[in-house]
Design a protein around this ligand. Structure first.
Ligand SMILES: [Zn+2]
Length: 316
């Protein structure tokens, strides 16, 4: 069990479930997810060491478009489903009226920043992966640095927005990143976060099979109240919440129900899949994603969607 809860300093925990790497099968080891008895924040326990954690991230964890027809189609699909993210951030930037770069933490191949830049909001990417940073520049002309946010080489108060899509749940210290973002933001700059929502119906229904817990890569599992507390304690107030993401929610349910069909998991686990086999599985996965759409939309309309996107601004 952890020694204390990073959110409330509580020292008592209860076991929620035990699970292994269901999606990428990088390990057969079992991991525990525990909940703080005081504030209910969920976390992986014990947390893996950095050296172990690195082994749980497969190569090509992020997306790089291929030059093939399938690669081009995949990029078109990614552009369509990323629009939710781009629009959410664009609205935040327009309402704040601050100028300055957008810093996208965990930028991967840089497609999001490229789309945002096409709409007149240029940005800079940060990632831990050298390959991701290289692809961001070579494929999308997005400048990207390999760094942690705490060491970002930018002056305090220089960024119009800091965005972190599916980053916070992977960090040993989410608080350190939020405080670093606070420092980098302009006075009315905006912090945009997206994380899996552990308060969703999918978690209630599927338990550890819900792909949002993604053991052992997710060190924390947040419910909306946990995020509010954490953000408030780091000098932010939440302005807006969105519980639906076209990219993440329907595909997430499809992956929870059939992890062996997940395209990324297949790319990692079965690199020698035949072309025909790949096409059939892609079609079945696509159909399952489409069939998941109505449920995930209803879930999100009831503020219990499987992801949560948040716009926050500084209070201090
Ligand atoms: Zn706690």
């Amino acid at each position: 069990m952890p020694s204390h809860c990073p959110a409330c300093d509580g020292a008592e925990f209860q076991l929620m479930f035990t699970a292994s790497d269901r999606l990428y099968r990088t390990t057969t080891e079992k991991f525990q997810v525990v909940e703080c008895k005081q504030c209910r924040l969920m976390q992986l326990a014990p947390q893996p060491t950095p050296a172990d954690l690195e082994k749980y991230y497969p190569k090509n964890y992020w997306f790089a478009p291929g030059a093939s027809t399938a690669g081009r189609l995949e990029e078109i699909y990614r552009r369509i489903v990323l629009r939710d993210h781009v629009r959410f951030v664009e609205r935040a930037l327009r309402e704040s009226q601050e100028t300055g770069p957008v810093l996208d933490v965990g930028c991967g191949g840089g497609l999001f920043l490229r789309m945002l830049s096409d709409r007149g909001f240029p940005g800079i990417g940060a990632d831990f992966s050298h390959d991701a940073a290289r692809v961001a520049w070579t494929s999308n002309r997005v400048p990207a640095a390999i760094m942690s946010l705490e060491q970002a080489p930018f002056p305090a108060g220089s960024c119009a927005a800091v965005t972190m899509f599916h980053v916070l749940e992977h960090l040993y210290s989410p608080r350190a990143y939020l405080l670093a973002a606070h420092k980098l933001l302009r006075p009315d700059g905006r912090l945009i976060l997206q994380v899996p929502n552990a308060g969703c119906w999918q978690f209630l229904l599927l338990g550890p099979a819900w792909n949002g817990v993604d053991v052992p890569r997710h060190l924390y599992d947040f419910r909306p109240a946990d995020l509010d507390l954490l953000l408030n304690s780091c000098g932010f107030e939440v302005l807006r919440r969105k519980y639906f993401s076209l990219r993440d929610n329907p595909a997430g349910l499809a992956t929870s129900l059939a992890p062996s069909l997940d395209p990324m998991a297949r790319r990692i686990r079965q690199p020698d899949e035949s072309q025909r086999g790949r096409l059939v599985k892609d079609l079945v996965y696509g159909a399952l994603t489409l069939a998941s759409l109505p449920f995930t939309m209803i879930e999100a309309a009831c503020r219990s969607g499987s992801t949560i996107m948040i716009e926050a601004r500084k209070t201090s």
